[in-house]
Design a protein around this ligand. Structure first.
Ligand code: SAH
Ligand code: SF4
Ligand code: F3S
Length: 461
């Protein structure tokens, strides 16, 4: 196959004419890896592909277009793309019309190299090329050539509207894209480009549109939401305040916030608007040792992190914290790892997401010469999870007998069971009827586990 490289810019006039020319409905299957950003991007892709008459299908066998929305944050991402495309070899043989593309962070990272390495692929597109997807697919089909579109649009303002086919009760809203922090372990600044924020006025409108479609809760998304800065100068705390005051959304969550940018103004606003701003903060620490944090370029010490956590607990009583931790960062000694373990005794994280360090392309830490052995990393990860498990059980017990406000999201026909989340982001199961989906109800907790709570509905707090 020959290859075409699309230039930056919008959908060209000729291509637009072709977009409308497809009249037979076809199936598209997107397999999604990685973070909520990618989940949201896949929703956007489904919506955009409706322009070409593609409808989502449940299996790759039903599809005439398959997209792998890839993630490269940890281990063997390119290998994963290879093996998934390999699984579609027979499908492609049986249906030469089938088109397969790779988007997301591996697409951005590998660009045309991916087409060379995986000849079965028809197109590769980067994280700034999502809105060009209809054009790319039309081009691939019409020209019979492969296409690569993976340029960053750094010069363009970040003006998008949330596109989602069935938003449901709770949905994600991007507020920033990219990341400028360059933590030494992280590939994201290279796969998502420079940080850009959406204007505050656009976000108010966007969320009001979602409210009109029945959405009750939004999760504001960004790699570092609290470095948000609107064109009008508003910072993240001011954004939260405006959204709480000027929109009819019932609940607002956000992820991910960076400890270095967490300040008193932000927690004061969370406390003042706690009827809307959920009492849950994901605050990735990465390590409990100051030297390791320095080598990670995180911008805070253990002590500063502890002070910020204390400020949060002091200002917002009942708030729940979770975190991300990396074990086996290059040069991490046993004693430095012990500092991470002991952090769990000082900060009552109700859940942790912990990972073995994995060297990523382009990153500084991948070139550090003191890499830690795999078996040491595995051992540290096990010890960390074990320690957290003991603490998490004890922490969960405090919910027994308490009454929590739960936004109902799902109903299971077979068991008659409802499930939803409390403002503290706890998954709560209880019995009730389907009409309660989208309503906030009070649930008294009978049995508590670290990740889920079980209870029964009561009339009032
Ligand atoms: N923007 C977010 C993190 C996005 S990546 C933040 O700053 O918190 C999600 C998590 O993946 C990170 O918090 C980190 O714990 C983990 N991670 C990132 N790069 C990694 C790597 N090279 N090896 C192991 N874990 C990594
Ligand atoms: Fe990666 Fe650090 Fe940016 Fe998070 S803040 S995306 S960990 S570089
Ligand atoms: Fe993965 Fe890219 Fe998200 S690397 S974690 S999909 S930003």
């Amino acid at each position: 196959m020959n290859q075409v490289t699309l230039q930056a810019g919008g959908v060209e006039a000729g291509a637009e004419a072709k977009l409308g020319s497809e009249d037979k409905t076809q199936g598209v299957y997107i397999s999604t890896y990685g973070c909520q950003m990618n989940v949201n991007d896949s929703e956007r892709m489904y919506s955009l592909l409706e322009m070409l008459n593609y409808q989502p299908v449940a299996t790759p066998e039903q599809a005439s277009l398959i997209i792998i929305n890839s993630c490269s944050v940890r281990e063997k991402p390119v290998h994963k793309v290879h093996s998934e495309v390999g699984r579609y070899r027979e499908l492609k043989k049986a249906n030469p019309e089938l088109r397969i593309g790779v988007g997301g962070c591996v697409g951005q990272q590998e660009k045309d190299r991916l087409l060379k390495d995986v000849p079965l692929l028809d197109f590769v597109f980067g994280t700034d090329a999502i809105d060009k997807l209809p054009e790319i697919v039309a081009r691939v089909k019409d020209s019979g050539q492969s296409v690569v579109s993976a340029k960053f649009e750094h010069q363009q303002p970040y003006h998008i509207e949330t596109l989602i086919k069935n938003p449901g009760v709770s949905t994600f809203v991007n507020i920033t894209k990219g990341c400028d922090n360059f933590c030494t372990f992280c590939v994201v600044p290279f796969t998502r480009g420079r940080e850009r924020s959406r204007p505050l006025a656009h976000l108010v409108q966007d969320i009001q549109r979602l409210v009109a479609r029945g959405v009750k809760e939004v999760t504001l998304l960004g790699q570092n939401v609290n470095s948000y800065r609107s064109d009008c100068g508003a910072n993240f705390a001011e954004l939260l305040k405006t959204l709480a005051e000027k929109t009819d959304i019932e609940r607002i969550r956000y992820t991910t916030s960076h400890p270095k940018d967490f300040n008193q103004e932000l927690v004061d606003i969370m406390q003042a608007y706690r009827h809307k701003l959920c009492e849950y903060i994901h605050l990735p620490v990465q390590s409990g040792n100051t030297e390791v944090l320095e080598r990670m370029n995180r911008g805070y010490s253990r002590q500063e992190y502890l002070e910020k956590a204390q400020m949060i607990f002091d200002t917002i009583p009942g708030v729940v914290l979770s975190t991300d931790i990396i074990v086996g960062f290059p040069g991490e000694t046993d004693a430095q790892f012990e500092d991470t373990l002991s952090l769990l005794d000082e900060v009552p994280y109700e859940s942790i997401f912990a990972f073995k360090y994995s060297p990523r392309p382009f990153t500084k830490a991948a070139r550090f010469t003191d890499q830690v052995a795999e078996d040491v990393k595995s051992d540290r990860l096990n010890r960390l999870f074990e320690r957290h498990r003991e603490l998490a059980f004890a922490m969960a017990k405090k919910y027994e007998g308490r009454r929590l406000a739960v936004l109902v999201e799902e109903y299971d026909q077979e068991t008659g069971r409802l499930s939803g989340r409390s403002t503290q982001n706890k998954l709560v199961h209880f019995t009730g009827s389907e009409e309660l989906i989208g309503k906030t109800v009070w649930v008294e907790i009978k049995e508590a586990f670290p990740q889920t709570l079980r209870g029964h509905m009561v009339l009032a707090q």
